[in-house]
Design a protein around this ligand. Structure first.
Ligand code: DC
Length: 223
């Protein structure tokens, strides 16, 4: 069994940037479970599955073969053998991922892959249900959050820097809707595990959050 650090939290809290840096500092593997749900969403969109049809999502999802490889330390998501990293970050895929990840069969399909990685490697794994469902015995659990305004501002800046035209209010609304779905679904809703440490990144720099998580790790564990 590897040493496991679970980082959960809402969209835009900075989980992936921070988890990647923490993994780099400790020479652990970074596992981005959101990318797996996004790959599933891409598969469903490509198959033109109606996002409101739960039964169809449940049936079609079993045909998606999703796996992970690491090349030069970067996580590559393979969907039926093809590297789909370049297609995972669009708003359309994110929205479909938020809807389809509420489906129990989608979650079941990805659970073994996530647990398998954590069993055979030292991992920093980020997502929504890592500390509560996927790795309930993780050595360190962090619940990383930030206010909806802060998260919307970060997303707005990120998109503007890429030269994309975007509307702050639209982004904020989308974040609030995504929180609502992620936190209130029946299966594996986003919530802080009882033994997770709450870290609010609203007023903290990335480096300060990384330092805080490393401090918590060193305090709790010598894996
Ligand atoms: O973290 P992200 O934005 O890449 O995740 C995309 C969607 O996948 C998100 O709306 C919720 C879902 N997700 C999930 O339900 N469980 C996880 N462990 C990771 C992501």
């Amino acid at each position: 069994m590897g040493c496991n650090i679970a980082i959960d939290g809402p969209a835009g809290a900075g989980k992936s940037t921070i988890a990647k840096k923490v993994a780099g500092e400790l020479s652990f593997i970074y596992v981005d479970t959101g990318a797996m749900y996004r790959a599933m969403a891409l598969f469903l969109l490509n198959r033109k599955v109606d996002c409101s049809n739960e039964e169809e999502i449940g049936e079609v999802c079993t045909q998606a073969d999703i796996s992970i490889e690491y090349r030069d330390g970067e996580q590559i998501v393979l969907l039926n053998g093809e590297n789909v990293n370049a297609h995972l970050r669009s708003e359309e895929v994110g929205r479909m991922a938020s809807v389809s990840s509420a489906n129990p069969r989608v979650r079941e399909h990805l659970l073994m892959l996530q647990r398998g990685l954590a069993q055979s490697h030292d991992v920093v794994m980020d997502g929504r249900d890592i500390g509560t469902v996927i790795l309930p015995r993780a050595e360190v659990k962090i619940y990383l959050t930030a206010s909806a305004d802060t998260r919307a501002k970060r997303r707005y800046l990120e998109l503007s820097e890429k030269g994309l035209v975007c509307d702050f209010e639209e982004i904020r609304k989308d974040i609030v809707e995504r929180d609502e779905r992620d936190m209130n679904r029946e299966v594996s809703p986003l919530k802080q595990a009882e033994d997770a440490v709450l870290v609010d990144s609203s007023e903290l720099s990335i480096d300060a959050v990384v330092a805080e998580i490393l401090r918590i790790y060193h305090e709790k564990v010598e894996c």
